[in-house]
Design a protein around this ligand. Structure first.
Ligand code: NAD
Length: 499
């Protein structure tokens, strides 16, 4: 069994507390490593040395900081296979999916290579007689990133790259279930030239998160995880005067119009519903076909596709569609929600509860499940299941489907499948959800746009990555300068003749 560490001052450092968490192999149910859980005192010490390291880093010119990102990007590419393996080993997702996890993080690093352009200030010449105004974007100091288990590479990279290139030091607190990728990324940053102490990976649980929220030096907190924790962190960070952006859970709806290409919609639903065992905040968990005929035709296409899905460990090769869920508790919870859906009268067309994989009986595998005739009062509709379960809610009209999506408390992502541009435009304009796909199932914006949900899917303002990230990780200082006239008139501007 491997003993994991923190990453402090540019090196792996053993934990000083006697508290550890088990890091499981979700495919076998075995403990594969243990990760130290830091105390508040360890966190405070990590912040203090980050604050010292930040002074030099913040004063380093932006182009040099961007060069560290260039080297970092090259190293991520060089170590792509190793990083994907680290992701899969602790998370359980397939290797192609894990490569996607690293890749979507790398794309944010690539945007950060152009950070000097994003960090430029503003200038007004002659705002008044002899008066110029200029604004500077300055780093916040020490900031923190607190990240979830489901994207062990992508989300830490979304946090660290813009924060660091903007001149901040960062405390990164990755999920205690998948900490290894963050530790490796920190090593690669050191190799890329990041000064020691500028990125501190502090592993832990609630104790260290609370210490981050209460530490007076930490100026900003970027969180990604479940909604109740996002709301808690936002509240406590704001009370303590910190800048905070906290991204939460989701219940993403896909509307399927009668004129949609139903084969394409079914393909999209299967990928977006069951990929990564449904453990994506942008997973589609609710299909909303408009009209009974559309609903029946969609089911006809979904069932054979879902029945063909191959579930297994990432080590079984590239034809595995998805792997186990993250923990035994998650498995038990998801099975319980499927039971509840049956009890409440939804039609369970495909039942994943009996799925067993020979040789992996202790792994956290659940077969794909498909519910039809789900209604908004049911628990399976209200809860974010975060598992391989797709619910179909039948809508009578486009307006009903839109209202259902808008009444849902979450607002992370949504999609519409239609052949009609006018319907698509209307949907995009009216829906109260942060990221919208048109004939596109998982509309995670590219890295030079930005990512963020609405309603209970995000607390605080400004999105993750893209131009918003540079605003979040810097503060604006505006200078109004006046230079009095007359000095140059009194000066001498001709060569004096030598005596
Ligand atoms: P989680 O909320 O359990 O944990 C996230 C982080 O918070 C972890 O680092 C964890 O250690 C910490 N944490 C957990 N409980 C805490 C507590 N009581 N006090 C303080 N800190 C605590 O989330 P998870 O299970 O790791 O991730 C899955 C969730 O994340 C899902 O709800 C998913 O939708 C959401 N998610 C959202 C986005 C987004 O951008 N909106 C992206 C990915 C995942």
């Amino acid at each position: 069994m491997q003993n994991l560490t923190h990453y402090l001052g540019g090196a792996r450092v053993e934990g000083g507390s006697d508290r550890y968490a088990d890091v499981m192999n979700p495919a076998t149910g075995e403990v594969q490593a243990r990760v130290p859980l830091a105390t508040a005192a360890e966190l405070d010490a990590a912040v203090a040395s980050a604050a010292e390291a930040q002074i030099g880093w913040g004063a380093t010119n932006p182009q040099r900081r961007a060069r560290v990102m260039m080297k970092f990007g090259a190293l991520i590419n060089e170590h792509m296979d190793e990083l994907a393996e680290l992701v899969s080993r602790e998370h359980g997702k397939t290797i192609p999916d894990a490569r996607g996890d690293v890749q979507r993080g790398l794309e944010v690093v690539e945007v950060c290579m152009g950070a000097p352009h994003m960090l430029k200030g503003e200038f007004t010449n002659d705002g008044g007689p002899g008066i110029d105004l200029y604004s500077m974007r300055q780093p916040l100091g020490v900031v923190a990133g607190i990240t979830p288990f489901n994207f062990p590479a992508m989300i830490p990279l979304w946090k660290m790259a813009p924060a660091l290139v903007s001149g901040n030091a960062m405390i990164l607190k990755p999920s205690e279930r998948c900490p290894s990728t963050s530790l490796r990324l920190a090593e690669l940053l050191t190799e890329a030239g990041l000064p020691d102490g500028v990125l501190q990976v502090v592993n832990g649980d609630k104790e260290v998160v609370d210490a981050i929220l209460d530490n007076e030096t930490v100026a900003a907190v970027g969180f990604v995880g479940s909604t109740p924790i996002a709301q808690y962190i936002y509240g406590r960070a704001a009370t303590n005067g910190k800048r905070a952006q906290c991204f939460g859970g989701a219940k993403n709806h896909m509307i399927i119009m009668p004129d949609a290409d139903l084969d394409k919609a079914a393909d999209a639903l299967v990928g977006a519903g069951y990929g990564a065992a449904g453990e994506r905040c942008m997973a589609i968990s609710v299909a909303v076909p408009v009209g009974e005929k559309t609903a029946d035709a969609l089911i006809e296409r979904l069932v054979p596709r879902i029945e063909k899905l191959k579930v297994g460990p990432y080590t079984a090769g590239d034809d595995v569609d998805y792997g186990p869920v993250i923990t035994k508790q998650a498995e038990t919870r998801i099975r319980g929600l499927i039971d509840k859906g049956v009890e409440e009268g939804a039609e369970l067309l495909i039942d994943g509860r009996d799925f067993r994989l020979q040789g992996y009986e202790n792994g956290y595998f659940i077969g794909p499940s498909l519910f039809d005739r789900v209604t908004p009062d049911m628990e399976i509709y209200k809860e974010e299941i975060f598992g391989p379960v797709l619910s179909q809610v039948r809508a009578e009209s486009y307006e009903d489907a839109l209202k259902l999506t808008m009444d849902n408390p979450y607002g992370n992502g949504t999609a519409i499948y239609t052949a009609d541009g006018d319907t698509a435009r209307d949907f995009a304009n009216r829906v109260n959800v942060g990221m919208v796909g048109i004939n596109f199932p998982i509309p995670v914006p590219l890295s030079y746009h930005s990512f963020g949900g609405w309603k209970k899917s995000a607390f605080g303002d400004l999105n993750q990555y893209g131009p918003d990230a540079f605003k979040f990780y810097t503060k604006t200082k505006t200078v109004t300068a006046r230079w009095f006239s007359g000095i140059k008139d009194g000066g001498e501007f001709h060569f004096k003749q030598m005596d």
